[in-house]
Ligand binder design. Structure first.
Ligand SMILES: Nc1ncnc2c1ncn2[C@@H]1O[C@H](COP(=O)(O)OP(=O)(O)OP(=O)(O)O)[C@@H](O)[C@H]1O
Ligand SMILES: [Mg+2]
Length: 280
């Protein structure tokens, strides 16, 4: 399958990298965010680089895409569930209302202390805040937001953030540190509309660099459809529809272990493009 890439959308290949790699991955529900994040994390780790993969989706499943066996997943610490940590760092008593708490809790040690190590990838699971959306100003969310901000702004390793469908909890201060937002898109109107919505939100919080990865494409026509619907966007790769990826999810196998060489090369190309330093 020939790829309808950026050549067809007007940007040049040299202009495709995101600089150092601090990448947030977003897109419509089910579009392939976790699959892509896991593949990128494992590829970068295989190159011997330090990589921190953050599961920022309350409905977390990055661990299984990385190939962490189900029997081990209980060992992974979910930050939002660490009540005593949250209380200690924010000074709040959880479940008590109307109290004061610190808005800038100390968080710089948390990633190193709580990340789970697997195949060279450090996985940090943020988890869901009970009873409150990502927007609520509760101590749990305050800690999570401070943590994401600290990770994005202060850490030196490759960072991959698997976001939920929206990017609300990136916030302005954090967004400044993200080199690029990768939006996964599949051939379909709803997915394409999501890209536009996400791009608008990204613009509002100051993310300028948005790259698209096409997923579940079955033909050049699928790729053309996306390129035509989203002109002017930089498309950095296309992942074909693959039964092997479905089987990987079903069998709880790492994304990379399940795929053939052609698919691996596609993911590697995307990783390479993300890592390219953008010319000044
Ligand atoms: N190219 C592909 N071909 C076929 N199936 C795919 C492909 N990419 C992903 N999938 C499958 O689609 C399902 C959803 O993928 P994934 O979990 O990566 O999406 P997501 O965007 O992270 O979803 P969510 O919004 O629920 O977090 C999984 O079963 C995955 O294996
Ligand atoms: Mg996901």
């Amino acid at each position: 399958m020939r790829s309808v890439g950026a050549e067809d959308t007007g940007s040049s290949l040299e202009d495709m990298g995101c600089g150092i790699m601090k990448v947030a991955v977003s897109g419509k529900g089910g579009v392939g965010k976790t699959t892509l994040t896991a593949a990128m994390a494992l590829i970068v780790a295989r190159q011997g680089k330090k990589v921190l993969a953050v599961d920022a989706d309350p409905d977390a499943n990055l661990a299984s895409a990385l190939g962490i066996p189900e029997s081990k997943q209980n060992d992974i610490i979910t930050i939002a569930r660490q009540k005593s940590l949250i209380e200690e760092r924010t000074g709040a008593k959880l479940k008590e209302y109307g109290q004061m708490f610190k808005l800038n809790p100390e968080v710089s040690d948390i990633a190193d202390r709580f990340a789970y190590q697997h195949n060279g990838v450090s996985l940090l699971m943020l988890g869901a805040v009970e009873g409150g959306g990502t927007g609520c100003a509760c101590p749990e969310n305050t800690l999570l937001r401070a943590l994401v901000q600290d990770i994005v702004l202060n850490r030196n390793e490759v960072l991959l953030l698997d976001m939920e469908a929206g990017i609300e909890h990136l916030g302005r201060a954090t967004a400044r540190g993200v080199d690029c937002l990768v939006v996964v898109v599949e051939p379909g109107l709803r997915s394409v509309d999501s890209v536009r919505r996400i791009a608008r939100m990204a613009g509002e919080i100051g993310i300028r660099d948005i790259r698209l990865v096409m997923n579940r494409v079955r033909s050049v026509d699928d790729e053309r459809y996306i390129a035509n619907e989203l002109p002017g966007y930089s498309i950095i790769g296309a992942i074909p529809y693959s039964e092997k990826l479905i089987a990987a999810d079903r069998d709880g196998v790492s994304v990379l272990d399940a795929i053939d060489d052609d698919l691996l090369r596609r993911f590697e190309d995307i990783a390479a493009r993300l890592e390219q330093v953008r010319p000044a």
